[in-house]
Design a binder for this molecule. Structure first.
Ligand SMILES: *Cc1c(COP(=O)(O)O)cnc(C)c1O
Length: 372
């Protein structure tokens, strides 16, 4: 939502809606007229279209990105006693779902690119490691090619958390195609956003897809009969119809995000030494769910921008390992110094597909004023 007190907001979902209003309105009207609101044809069509976009065989729509992760872990057989490795610089849901299944989250530091440190993962693997969750942070692909190689002959699953990175590529291949599954969130602010909560899992593994379809609807192989325990985690038809209307725009919107990021990059590069900018290696394509900079004066910079009508956000202020929920695991401040510093120094700047060029330019010149 644009925050009324900011003349330059982080994002502008009503503005985006105005651009595609005809398609969205007719999609919503179509679903309401059909009388079919949960799963059904609309969801099946969206699943097919997302599979085609990703080049994967199966997509299973679920209620949220959090559920995409949780149902995937459960379908892969994660149970108490198992360990699941993930970055501590992360959204809260990744650790939560592992703990809810009774398994143990094992946290890792990140590199300066804000993605999981592959060498640290290698050192952390044990006989109990069942899966590694790699998060493509802010839309920049993690080194899932290296992780896939590392895990290939070890019977450890690689799960890609693609919630921030739909459409991002590594050596020409889309994220979600390196691990056993890619988990997606369609939270409204994500690169492909629903008008409510929604998520999906994409995979080439037919057994995983079948398991997910059962788990998302109470594990009913036949109606009103549960073979095991699942959830009510179905994607609803209205969200699927909205996502279907938006998916054809995704590549163009990601391209526009990249263009805005280029403006920031060009406009801020002379501040090197004062401010850290995203560094994108040539074999990676970043889709800029967030354009984030780093500075030890992060909180001051945020306040300075806010006083001048410019919104900025902190994603995320705390790494998972020091959150109260995980105190039982015995981690402490100082265990993961890179992630801890990045949580204190990282600031996301306004960026969305239709951001006016002059907004980016005003933010750039205000950041220059701040460092003068
Ligand atoms: C948004 C997000 C999620 C959770 O998605 P929800 O749809 O909000 O449940 C999980 N992981 C990451 C990295 C995210 O950005």
């Amino acid at each position: 939502m644009p925050t009324p007190s900011f003349s330059i907001p982080m994002l502008d979902l009503p503005g985006e809606y105005q651009c595609i209003k005809t398609d969205i309105d007719s999609a919503i009207a179509r679903v309401i007229a059909s009388g079919r609101f949960i799963l059904g044809e609309e969801v099946i069509s969206f699943e097919r279209e997302l599979s085609a976009y990703l080049g994967l065989a199966h997509t299973v729509g679920v209620a949220s990105g959090t559920d995409a992760l949780k149902l995937t872990l459960q379908a892969l057989g994660v149970t108490p006693g198992d360990e699941v490795v993930m970055p501590t610089l992360n959204y809260i849901s990744d650790g939560e779902v592992v703990a809810q299944l009774g398994a143990k989250p094992v946290f890792m530091d990140s590199g300066e690119d804000m993605n999981i440190d592959v060498a640290a993962v290698e050192r952390a693997l044990t006989a109990k490691t069942k899966a590694v969750i790699a998060v493509h942070f802010h839309g920049l692909p993690a080194d899932v090619d290296k992780l896939a190689d590392l895990l290939a002959d070890k019977k450890i699953y690689l799960i890609e958390d693609c919630a921030q990175a739909l459409g991002a590529k590594l050596s020409g291949n889309k994220v979600s195609t390196f691990g056993v599954a890619g988990c997606f969130s369609f939270f409204p602010s994500k690169n492909l956003g629903a008008y409510g909560d929604a998520g999906a899992v994409a995979t080439d593994n037919v057994h995983l897809a079948e398991g997910l379809r059962l788990i998302r609807a109470h594990y009913q192989r036949s109606r009103y009969q549960s073979d095991a325990f699942g959830y009510n985690s179905r994607l609803d038809a209205l969200q699927a119809a909205i996502l279907r209307a938006k998916l054809p725009h995704l590549d163009d919107w990601n391209h526009r995000r990249q263009e805005a990021a280029k403006l920031y990059q060009a406009g801020l590069t002379d501040l090197t030494g004062k401010i850290g900018l995203p560094q994108v290696p040539a074999h990676k394509e970043h889709v800029y769910y967030q354009y984030a900079v780093t500075t030890p004066r992060r909180d001051e910079l945020k306040a300075y921008l806010a006083e001048r009508g410019m919104e900025s956000q902190i994603h995320y202020p705390y790494p998972l390992h020091i959150m109260p929920a995980y105190s039982y695991l015995g981690y402490k401040a100082g265990d993961f110094p890179v992630a801890e510093r990045l949580c204190k120094e990282t600031l996301s700047l306004p960026l969305y597909p239709l951001i006016p060029r002059e907004n980016v330019e005003r933010v750039i010149s205000t950041i220059h004023d701040f460092f003068k």
